[in-house]
Design a binder for this molecule. Structure first.
Ligand SMILES: NC(=O)c1ccc[n+]([C@@H]2O[C@H](COP(=O)([O-])OP(=O)(O)OC[C@H]3O[C@@H](n4cnc5c(N)ncnc54)[C@H](O)[C@@H]3O)[C@@H](O)[C@H]2O)c1
Ligand SMILES: [Zn+2]
Length: 1726
């Protein structure tokens, strides 16, 4: 596969020594790339100026830089001065012109606009072809200016002056220039070689450290693929190289230090060398492969994967940071593909870390980004598909073969599954069944961690140099080395390609880390324990010296270290716990003498590492140490012995004192003072714990395995595993002093051991457990008892405090395979089963614990089916980073990558899964569930659709009444728990007889029973006292958190008091108010939603309580006589508002109908679609303005409820305030009853233009919670709050949608900047709609906004984030244009509004007018077809509507006798908007149409024509016929009947007349839910004919007489002309209406379809029925109106159907108020 390796060399000029430039005097290294000279040095501006004037003479020099550099380094003046100076030095006669342009910094400038701006400026300044352009800046400036230079006047000369490290080593060299496109980076560009590149390393001093690291990634990359020597330099000189850039710099250093060789510091030389080395390689590669055919691909090492990561995480992660991670992942691909050594991977990773670069997707810099959750394997593979290097489907990756070498001289094709295996979070291990010929194995496991860690400390503390061989290269040893390095305890170097570590000991002299750097130990327990004592060797420098901080990751911070700290403290060291007691982080200050020493007592029952920690450092104490281990049984004595043995190898002999009473070794040790002396070479034994896994695989699979370097002579306890565990289990074991071989019995033949003490080898107990799990046979020498074969492992209690509670972990994970276990105080018992009984499909959680992962890999080899999944594969990195590769490559077990289904599918490592589960548990009870700390109440989640709803609340709050409505609206059975109680035991008597405790107990039983047996599809109201019982509260809380909604029905407590005091319900025995105060917080915390049973009027209130009211009293809410509109129309909605709201509320929380706007325009619609609007309500007191709200909301799709503007005084809010929660609730409830529009619930903070105080975070989220609990459809969420807050709202919003908003009042928001795109991205992340508001200073700002909107549309398909609908406008009058064209939820105002919610806000009507003026709203024509139509109200109706809404349309009459050509021409004209159809065309018109709705078809009549237009821009229009008559009947009936009546099984209707409109009426009744429809017609035969023609399931029954109807109808509809009806039998009228038809005692609705005269006989009958109704008849369902029956005159139906037509044609709700007023007054005037 590999071709002849090329000679690793640098550009030929590389080897020439530096020279002093004769004119400028600067010391210059010169390289060449193609023909471009590259000059390197320090402080080169004078040199640049002289060189340009001499070698690139020109009349004009043009400099472009960015504003960061300009403000930090005064680039333009410096260059100008130096050029002037150079001109005079060189005595140039015509001083050349110097022009400069400063552009905004950042990637955003690398755009077409950025390029155009520079070009415009060049042209304006008459720059011509001979000009020389200087690009002074980072890669952005270089790429952009280079591209301008490439095309301006067909090409200008240009010069690169890179100022970032990345630009110096990468972008400035090679001649690539480019700009970005919204669809991708660098998509437009060219090759244009600069005339010079001047690399002046002095620029780097001002560079932010992160940008420096960013460039170092490329430097490390180049060394890694090309030059091992360069790499070693980078590896070992990081601190010096950093110091040349990041300081500290001596105050007296000369200003131009480094310009000449003489003034150059060692660090500066090193830095320049490193840059030069990197540039030298790139220049060489570019020179031999300019246009990127093969070799140049090598510089893409790390970029295949890195770019994919960058695509997701940009701009939060920089390019270099992403490729740093990419390099490690690609090195791992090489490890798995071609056996790149783990040492090389480790070196690369350590080296990158030295330069503060992230090396894993688990790096906190990545995981803290919300977008890290999008870094999935599939996503990355998907992005990699479009890599330029690919050939076809195959992905290409640059594979290292060693540090400084690549496998091929180009990128290598890598199969997807290899990439997947490396990237995946989890691993699937296949069973051996799939590989029957599994080979015998000989392998050395990685070096022992315990020995490696000890050896590192010993060698570091020694005086001399030691070569450590077979050191474990793991996170543990890495953090230990970097900790020792930080403390200057030793210097480390690598030999043999890193196989050998050279440790230059520093003789125990330890210093405080520079810049108070914290010693960060990740989750490395050993390092944490050892380093804690090492740090005490730092001598205390007095009060002012900061302590040394030892810290670790989150998991580390939970692991104990208390006993060690206690011992060190009692020895005089000052150690503070910085977070939780007994755990890291620690702040350590030794004594003035360092570690004091003397007699030390230590509790050694938890970890032997505490003991080793003190032992290792003890020789360096001020006094000889006598260490006494106290507190009982010493744990892991073997490790103590190991430490002592190793100390002896380094020259210090520890004495274990004898117990004087017994003469046996005691637990006291004497450690002489002294210094370690290292052996020249120290060979580290393989890790015996790791060795247990390959040995166990041999045991379980019946094969053979040899570990060549561990035997009976080992210091490690786990070396006994083979003899003491595997042999008794039935394996053949051959062990010499230095090697171990195991051969397993045939598969399925392992035996139990009965009892095994694993105290000497605790770490191996996990390996033993998985083997015992599949050992079906009893112990060989055991009893013959019939008990199930089992083994009890003892001596492993300490395993509960390892990386995780390993005993529990084994129990839980083994259980997944169906293996039973039993926990003991000191261990674990395992019941073996036959492997064929193992459960399949197990997915093992690894607890971030390497041993769990490796142990279960062993078991996986016998798992059924496809083996098993190890959920977090990266945890093995702790001790065996290439475990999965070795498993496959060396042990012959197949492994594939998998993203486990249970964890969020991230290819990010364990910590991430931990985070995911932590947040899941937070949402189950913590902060997340309650959103704020202020109150305990919960917020709704998206419950299972059919989950039962529970209602709780005070007695008399309306639970039963409103719950009943809710159940009816949802069509669910309703259960009243009080009734259930009564049925079971009898409510009143029970308390008297058994007392309250027994009552509460019974109540609880019933709740349990209801929850268990009625968990779906019901609505249940509970007794008010249920929350008195803690157990019930717990049940409710748990239910509300994720199972189903618990509704707190809230009613004004004074109303409750008033009612209960006057009712005959049993008294509480304590004041109602006290009961309320106690229970209210409980109701809150047990509920996730709140329903306010608000009643603007008292009678409604009383209706809740089933109390009769006086039907004759005047309804406070009834319309005033002055209005021309009779009560049965608009006003009905208002009066029935409570029911409508209750229905909405329950449908919303059940997710059945969320009342949200369904057709919000999405960016991908490219500007098409219906525009939407919300009306901002700015009233301080909405209740007093309710009557206005309806009128004002014409055209609006939603109402914005501005919480921050509410004020109980009714005065506009003048200064910032936190509104009162109770007031907010009542206002919201009242508003709800007056509108069916969705609510946008907004709390606007001051800095965002509102009146809510900026810092009041808890209160803000308390209010947001209120909005969520009250079922608001939309919640405005400002994205400036902390992300975890935003996250918890997003995760707890139930069915609400979030409008994530950002308002910039400064006028400085640049729509086309990166920053704005980032705002949009953030808003898209948290919102369902993203709202970004700027402020316009000029009309140009609106154009800029529109370009942004267009850009959003452009990226919507390929964006790296989930793009959401965009609401974007500019405030201010100048910004009005943006309000006119914004398609999504434009905030609007109304003339009647007291104040505008924001400057520049305009009304719906204004917007529509303006849209028409700018040609965005074509005027359409409408007509009424039929004859005669002279008196029709339709033209008035529709034209009024158009006028009120500002629509440019017109509606006319088009009278024809036939459906003729004139009608056809009308409907097919391009500006046809719609038509109404009346007699005689209702049937014939169908011939003109393209389609007819099923409803119109079944009714057999079309009364409305709707033109349906294709997608925007398409001219095709299809005509649809519909019928809105039935809708009007249905709608009006629905409004006037209660949900209870409608859902009743007895609901029947009476339809009078059998003509055309009767069909519509019958259909309406059927749709409404009538179970029986009685049909009466004077001519019976016509009724029968009609009935026959209708579907049977409509259940139409013809009745012969109106006098004795078989059923009592709730709805009566007359379709006969009014003049043909009478109440008087004597009148001789065709139809006589007897009172009997209105005798249903529950009342109902009567509709007269005839509208002349207004007061028809049927209406008169209604009036009489209401007058005659006795008070007792007025039950609570129909008493709201103080009447039984509602009469609907024909005009109301006409208007209703007209309004429906209107909204179908225009997509807007008709402005009913104005339409009704106009039509009624015209009608009355007729
Ligand atoms: N042409 C190529 O071959 C090539 C290769 C790699 C990258 N690139 C391009 O390079 C760009 C990235 O370059 P970059 O990382 O230099 O980014 P950059 O140009 O945006 O610079 C990074 C930041 O550092 C600031 N800065 C620059 N020099 C400074 C100094 N001396 N002191 C203080 N601040 C300074 C800049 O103002 C900017 O804010 C990308 O657009 C990338 O596509 C091109
Ligand atoms: Zn790069």
């Amino acid at each position: 596969m590999a071709s002849q390796p090329i000679l690793r060399t640098k550009t030929p000029s590389y080897h020439s020594p530096p020279a002093n430039d004769p004119v400028s005097g600067a010391t210059i290294h010169t390289l060449k790339c193609l023909d471009t000279p590259i000059h390197l040095g320090y402080h080169l501006i004078p040199h640049i100026s002289l060189t340009l004037l001499q070698n690139l003479p020109s009349s004009t020099y043009v400099l472009v830089t960015d504003s960061n550099l300009e403000s930090r380094c005064s680039v333009t003046t410096t260059f100008k001065n130096q050029l002037d100076l150079a001109a005079s030095t060189l005595a140039i006669p015509n001083k050349p012109r110097f022009l400069s342009k400063v552009i905004p910094p950042g990637e955003g400038s690398k755009s077409r606009k950025g390029k155009a701006d520079i070009e415009d400026w060049l042209l304006a300044n008459r720059v011509t072809r001979d000009a020389v352009v200087l690009a002074v800046g980072g890669g952005v400036i270089g790429d952009l200016v280079g591209f301008v230079a490439a095309t301006f006047m067909r090409g200008l000369k240009f010069v690169q002056v890179p100022t970032t490290l990345l630009a110096m080593v990468d972008s400035a060299v090679g001649g690539k220039t480019a700009i970005d496109h919204p669809l991708g980076k660098n998509l437009i560009g060219s090759f244009h070689q600069p005339s010079y590149v001047f690399i002046d390393a002095a620029w780097l001093i001002t560079l932010p450290p992160r940008e420096w690291s960013n460039g170092m990634a490329e430097v490390v990359k180049t060394a890694a693929i090309w030059d091992e020597a360069d790499f070693a330099k980078l590896e070992s000189n990081a601190p010096a190289i950093r110091s040349a850039v990041l300081g500290p710099f001596p105050a007296d250093a000369p200003a131009d230090q480094g310009r000449t060789l003489e003034s150059r510091t060692e660090a500066q030389t090193l830095l320049l060398d490193v840059i030069r080395g990197s540039v030298g390689v790139k220049a060489h590669i570019v020179t031999i492969d300019e246009k990127e055919t093969g070799l140049r691909n090598l510089v893409n090492f790390g970029h295949t994967v890195g770019h994919a990561i960058e695509a997701v995480l940009t701009p939060h992660m920089l390019h270099g940071e992403c490729i740093s991670i990419g390099m490690i992942l690609e090195a791992e691909i090489a490890r798995s593909m071609n056996g790149l050594s783990q040492v090389a991977v480790g070196r690369l990773s350590r080296c990158l870390k030295e330069y503060d670069l992230p090396v894993s997707l688990a790096d906190p810099r990545v995981t803290k980004l919300a977008k890290s959750s999008q870094v999935t394997v599939d996503r990355l593979l998907d992005i990699m598909k479009v890599d330029k290097k690919n050939s076809g489907d195959e992905k290409k990756v640059v594979l290292l073969s060693a540090i400084g070498h690549t496998l091929e001289d180009k990128a290598t094709a890598v199969p997807d599954d290899v990439i997947r295996r490396v990237l995946s979070l989890g691993a699937r291990v296949r069973p051996v069944r799939d590989f029957p010929n599994k080979p015998s194995v000989t392998l050395s496991t990685p070096g022992s961690k315990s020995i490696s860690n000890r050896a590192l400390v010993l060698a570091a503390l020694a005086d001399n140099t030691c070569r450590l061989r077979n050191l474990l290269h793991s996170d543990d040893t890495q953090v230990m080395m970097s900790g020792l390095n930080d403390l200057k305890a030793a210097k480390f170097e690598w030999e043999d390609g890193g196989e050998t570590i050279v440790v230059h000991g520093n003789g125990g002299s330890i210093s405080r880390p520079e810049n108070d750097k914290e010693i960060y130990l990740q989750n490395a327990g050993t390092a944490a324990r050892f380093m804690t004592t090492v740090v005490t060797l730092v001598k205390d420098e007095g009060e002012d010296a900061a302590p040394v901080v030892v810290t670790g990751n989150k998991r580390m911070k939970e692991r104990p270290i208390g006993a060690l700290v206690d011992a060190l403290r009692s020895n005089g060291t000052s150690i503070e716990y910085k977070e939780s007691q007994g755990c890291l982080p620690l702040a350590v200050k030794g004594t003035a003498a360092g570690f004091k020493g003397g007699r030390i007592e230590l509790a050694a029952t938890i970890s032997s590492q505490y003991v080793s920690s003190i032992l290792l450092c003890a020789p360096y104490a001020a006094e000889e140490v006598v260490l006494e281990l106290v507190g009982g049984q010493v744990i892991s004595q073997l490790y103590i012995d190991m430490t002592i043995a190793m100390m002896a190898s380094f020259g210090i002999r520890v004495e274990r004192l004898l117990d004087p009473s017994t003469g046996r070794p005691s637990n006291t040790y004497r450690i002489p003072r002294g210094r370690y002396r290292s052996p020249d070479v120290y060979d580290i034994e393989s890790d015996a714990s790791s060795a247990t896994y390959p040995l166990a695989i041999a045991a379980i699979t019946g094969t053979e395995c040899t570990i060549p370097n561990i035997g009976s002579g080992s210091l490690q306890g786990d070396a006994r595993f083979a003899k003491e565990v595997l042999e008794p289990m039935g394996c053949q074991v051959i062990q010499t002093a230095t090697s171990t071989t195991v051969r397993g019995p045939p598969i399925g033949n392992l035996r139990q051991i009965g009892l095994v003490d694993m105290e000497p080898m605790t770490d191996a107990f996990l390996t033993a457990s998985v083997l015992l799990a599949v050992a079906p046979h009893p112990p060989a020498s055991g009893s013959t008892s019939t008990a199930r074969p089992s083994t009890r492992i003892t001596g492993i209690a300490n395993q509960r405090v390892k990386e995780c509670n390993r005993i529990r972990a084994m129990m839980d994970e083994l259980a997944k395979f169906g293996v039973e276990t039993k926990e003991h105080e000191d261990g674990l018992e395992i019941y073996g089963i036959n492997f064929s009984e193992l459960k399949s499909g197990a997915s093992v959680h690894c607890y971030d614990d390497h041993r769990v992962a490796m142990a279960f890999s062993v078991l996986a080899t016998l798992a059924p089916g496809e083996g098993c999944v190890l959920e977090e594969k990266r945890c093995v990195e702790k001790t065996w980073p290439n475990w999965w590769d070795d498993l496959e490559r060396k042990m012959g077990i197949q492994v594939s990558g998998i993203d486990p289904p249970v964890s969020a599918s991230l290819c990010i490592s364990p910590s991430h899964a931990a985070k995911a589960s932590a947040s899941a548990s937070a949402s189950a009870g913590g902060f997340g569930a309650t959103l704020t700390k202020l109150s305990q109440s919960l917020t709704p989640v998206k419950y299972p659709a059919n989950a039962t709803i529970f209602c709780i609340g005070m007695r008399a709050s309306g639970k039963t009444y409103l719950g009943g409505f809710g159940a009816a609206a949802l069509g669910r059975p309703f259960i009243d728990a009080d009734v259930v109680f009564n049925q079971q035991v009898g409510l009143n008597d029970f308390v008297a007889q058994h007392g309250w405790p027994a009552f509460r107990l019974k109540e609880m039983e019933i709740l349990k029973d209801l929850m268990a047996n009625y968990s779906e599809g019901h609505l249940i109201s509970l007794g008010g006292g249920v929350v008195e019982t803690p157990e019930c509260r717990k049940m409710l809380k748990e239910y509300a958190q994720n199972k189903g909604p618990v509704v707190y029905v809230v009613r004004d407590v004074e109303e409750i008091v008033h009612f209960l005091e006057t009712s005959d319900r049993p008294a509480y025995g304590e004041p109602v108010l006290d009961v309320f105060k106690r229970r209210d917080p409980w109701f809150q915390e047990c509920s996730s939603v709140e329903l306010v049973s608000y009643s603007g009027n008292k009678k409604v209130a009383e209706a809740f309580d089933g109390k009769a009211a006086d039907p004759t009293s005047k309804d406070q809410e009834a319309p005033k006589a002055k209005t021309a509109v009779p009560e049965a129309s608009m006003s009905i909605r208002k009066a029935f508002g409570l029911e409508a709201e209750v229905a909405r509320f329950f449908k919303f929380i059940a997710g059945e109908d969320t009342n949200q706007v369904g057709d919000i325009v999405h960016p991908r619609d490219n500007g098409g679609g219906r525009k939407t609007y919300f009306l901002s309500l700015t009233f301080p007191d909405i209740i007093s303005k309710l009557s206005l709200v309806e009128k004002m909301s014409s055209g609006a799709d939603a109402l914005e409820f501005r919480v921050d503007l509410l004020n109980p005084t009714g005065e506009p809010v003048s200064k910032v305030q936190i509104p009162d929660l109770a007031y907010v609730k009542v206002q919201l409830a009242a508003l709800r009853q007056r509108t069916t529009l969705p609510i946008v619930y907004t709390v606007r903070t001051e800095s965002q233009g509102g009146k809510f105080p900026d810092g009041a975070e808890e209160e803000y989220f308390e209010l947001i919670k209120l909005g969520l609990r009250h079922g608001c459809e939309y919640i405005d969420l400002e994205i400036g709050w902390p992300e975890e807050r935003l996250e918890s709202v997003r995760d707890h919003k139930g069915h609400a949608k979030i409008i994530a908003s950002w308002h910039d009042w400064s006028g400085g928001l640049d729509w086309e900047s990166d920053d704005t795109m980032q705002k949009y991205e953030k808003a898209s992340k948290y919102g369902d709609i993203a709202k970004i508001i700027g402020k316009a200073n000029s009309i140009e700002d609106n154009y800029s906004l529109e370009r942004f909107r267009k850009q959003v549309g452009l990226i919507s398909a390929n964006a790296t984030f989930d793009v959401k609908p965009l609401l974007a406008i500019n405030m201010g009058e100048v910004g009005q244009f943006s309000r006119i064209v914004n398609p999504v939820f434009s905030p609007i105002t109304h003339e009647a509004m007291p104040v505008k919610a924001a400057p520049g806000q305009i009304s719906f009507k204004q917007v529509q007018t303006a849209l028409a003026l700018i040609g965005q709203q074509p005027a359409l024509k409408f007509a009424l077809f039929g004859t005669p139509t002279a008196h029709s109200l339709s033209p008035l109706l529709h034209n009024t509507g158009f006028k009120v809404l500002g629509l440019p349309h017109h509606y006319d009459r088009l009278e024809t006798a036939e459906v003729d050509e004139s009608l056809r021409a009308f409907v097919r004209s391009p500006d046809f908007g719609g038509a109404s159809v009346t007699i005689p065309h209702k049937l014939a018109i169908m011939s003109l149409l393209d389609s007819v709705t099923p409803e119109a078809k079944i009714i057999g009549a079309v009364n409305t024509i709707i033109p349906r237009r294709g997608p925007a821009g398409q001219a095709t229009v299809s005509l649809e016929g519909d019928n809105t008559d039935w809708i009007a009947i249905d709608e009006v009936s629905r409004r006037n009947l209660s949900p209870v009546q409608i859902s009743s099984p007895d609901f029947s209707a009476l339809v009078i007349g059998a003509g055309g409109s009767a069909r519509a009426a019958i259909f309406a009744m059927y749709r409404l839910g009538a179970k029986t429809i009685m049909l009466y017609n004077r001519t019976l035969k016509n009724a029968e004919a009609l009935q026959k023609d209708l579907p049977i399931e409509w259940n139409v029954r013809v009745v012969e007489s109106l006098d004795d109807l078989p059923l009592l109808p709730s709805a009566v509809i007359s379709n006969v002309p009014a003049e043909g009806t009478s109440l008087d039998r004597a009148s001789g009228a065709g139809v006589v209406l007897p009172p009997a038809i209105l005798s249903n005692p529950a009342g109902g609705v009567a509709i007269d379809m005839s509208y002349k005269p207004h007061h028809t006989p049927l209406m008169e009958l209604v009036k009489q029925a209401n007058l005659n109704a006795s008070v007792s008849n007025l039950d609570r369902h129909n008493l709201r109106q103080g009447r039984l029956w509602t009469g609907i005159p024909g005009l109301t139906i006409l208007l209703e159907q007209g309004c429906h037509q209107f909204s179908r044609w225009t997509g807007r709700e008709a402005p009913r108020n104005e339409i009704e007023e106009a039509c009624w007054s015209s009608y009355r005037g007729l």
